[in-house]
Design a binder for this molecule. Sequence first.
Ligand SMILES: NC(=O)c1ccc[n+]([C@@H]2O[C@H](COP(=O)([O-])OP(=O)(O)OC[C@H]3O[C@@H](n4cnc5c(N)ncnc54)[C@H](OP(=O)(O)O)[C@@H]3O)[C@@H](O)[C@H]2O)c1
Length: 342
Amino acid sequence: MKARQVQLVEYPQGAVQPSHFRLAEVDLPAPADGEVLVRNTYTSCDPGMRLRLRESGPQGYFNSFPLNRAMDEILTVGEVVESRAEGFSPGDTVSHADGWRDHSVVKAGVPSLGGVGTLARLDTTLAPAEKFLGPVGNMGLTAYVGLIDGAQLREGDVVWVSAAAGAVGSLAAQIAKLRGHYVIGSAGSPAKVRHLLDELGLDAAFDYHDGPVGELLREAAPDGIDVYFDGVGGDHLRAALAAMRPWGRIALCGAISEYESAGPQPGPDNLFQAVANNLTLRGFRASSYLHRFPEARLELGGYLAEGRLLYRETIVDGLEHAPDALIRMLNGDTTGKTLVRV
Ligand SMILES: NC(=O)c1ccc[n+]([C@@H]2O[C@H](COP(=O)([O-])OP(=O)(O)OC[C@H]3O[C@@H](n4cnc5c(N)ncnc54)[C@H](OP(=O)(O)O)[C@@H]3O)[C@@H](O)[C@H]2O)c1
């Protein structure tokens, strides 16, 4: 059969443009033994993809996307059309990581994206399929382990979450709030700040464009913070270091403010605050904490079912618009999880 897929044709230097991609029609072989044919329904846009749009990405991170071939290892959900793999039947809803294409032939049992993208059947009684790309999927796991393992969240902690109107940040902020913490969120527009305060119910929020981040944070948290959930890096990380109380903890989740820069960015110039205040800065990748998936799903699935967790999605229709969706997300022009409806 013929299938459509988005391919990268050129590594962007600077801002990502639609012209860096093309939509290609390719021959898709029938599934062999151990494989399934999946009709994809939703596919993901993730900031980390920007790092993989470099010819050579950060050492130890996921591989760069190849040119003029399918872009592999992008989380996706869909429906099994044909199965030659044990444990999978036509009609099953599954997740896998052969995304940004309308149909995929996926081999069962082959680890992908550190395990979060390995072909898996989904229990859609827990949540609709696309939520497995969000709160009950890798986004939920990231938010959960970032707080629990990265930040070692403790009772009474004052928590700041950056990129708080996004896929991971909105979950981290709400988990902390639902667990009884005082939570400050930051985001990039007045509408997002209203969303953080009025819909997510955070205690304080600011738009980081409204002044130096350090000053905005001091206004929101005059007595300082104990935990910073960092999705941004750069000036945000610097501001957090300046505002941390003794024995504070920073969960280094990502550094989106640096992803489009051509060369390596300098670290914060106030790192000595970590010594002065006995701080812990811990980087983490959700895929290294797969053992936490059951408890993360239980907690987040429970909040969802009880209607206590709000999870916005920006859904862009059409596989051919996947590059636009990614660009919009990188530019802050989406709220919640950015998905493409294939
Ligand atoms: N460690 C892990 O396992 C893991 C897993 C998933 C994601 N991540 C990381 O977590 C972070 C958030 O990912 P996500 O999937 O939830 O994306 P997201 O927050 O849904 O989307 C990214 C958001 O970042 C904000 N942003 C862009 N440029 C910025 C800048 N220069 N300064 C401040 N904010 C900026 C934009 O919102 P505004 O309008 O607010 O600017 C944009 O909407 C990223 O750093 C990502 O790499 C890490």
